[in-house]
Design a protein around this ligand. Structure first.
Ligand code: ADP
Length: 193
């Protein structure tokens, strides 16, 4: 079976599982890098109890593996990971049992082929999206937000100026959160997403 058929089959199983309890909630967060998708997703996930599926987080979690190193070559410059790699990884994540109650997709789809692949997988599984949430933020604000972005070991996000970490909390900055790389990511967002 092709990866898509495989994934469609997985989604079908989840649909059945979902009927057992609550109706599933499938949503997509769309918006430029730094718009606050991750922050809003964390809040929504708290209340809706569906998994937050962030393509960027999935890729970063592969760090140290052979695949992860390959991904890093694309990510560190702020470019996009190719569709042939991205699509199977993210669609596979959606077949995991916790996605039976729905999911909050963040960072995917980002290109037309990704959107088409998701559409096809959902259609094959006979399920629909419930919500597409678009967060719009002006580019100038994004650069300030992203270059000040920091996170602690738990993944909690801070901002050096707007939400500084408390004294004693060690934070790190993502390697692609520099002004130059943000500009590149924004360019990609406007041209490809
Ligand atoms: P941001 O949205 O802040 O740029 P993400 O954490 O969503 O950050 O993504 C980080 C990087 O991972 C992106 O710059 C890109 O290289 C890669 N990436 C994430 N999602 C996708 C995707 N759907 N398609 C291609 N590349 C992606």
């Amino acid at each position: 079976a092709s990866p898509l058929e495989h994934n469609a089959a997985g989604l079908t199983l989840q649909k059945r599982g979902a009927h057992a309890c609550m109706p599933a909630m499938r949503m997509i967060l769309v918006g430029p890098p730094g718009a606050g998708k991750g922050t809003q997703a964390a809040r929504l996930v708290d209340t809706s109890r569906i998994p937050h599926v962030s393509s960027g987080d999935i890729f970063r979690a592969l760090k140290g593996t052979e695949l992860g190193n390959k991904l890093d070559d694309y990510m560190k410059e702020g470019g996009l990971v190719p569709d042939e790699i991205t699509i199977p990884i993210v669609l596979d994540r959606l077949t995991q049992p916790d996605c039976a109650k729905g999911f909050m997709l963040d960072g995917f789809p980002r290109t037309r082929p990704q959107a088409e692949a998701l559409d096809k997988a959902l259609a094959n599984a006979d399920v629909n999206l419930d919500v597409v949430l678009l967060i719009e933020v002006a580019d100038g604000l994004i650069v300030e937000r992203i270059t000040g972005r920091r996170s602690d070991a738990s993944g909690r996000i801070y901002h050096t100026k707007f939400d500084p970490p408390p004294p004693g909390v060690a934070v790190t900055q993502r390697g692609d959160d520099t002004e130059e790389k943000v500009t590149n990511r924004l360019r990609k967002y406007h041209s490809e997403t």
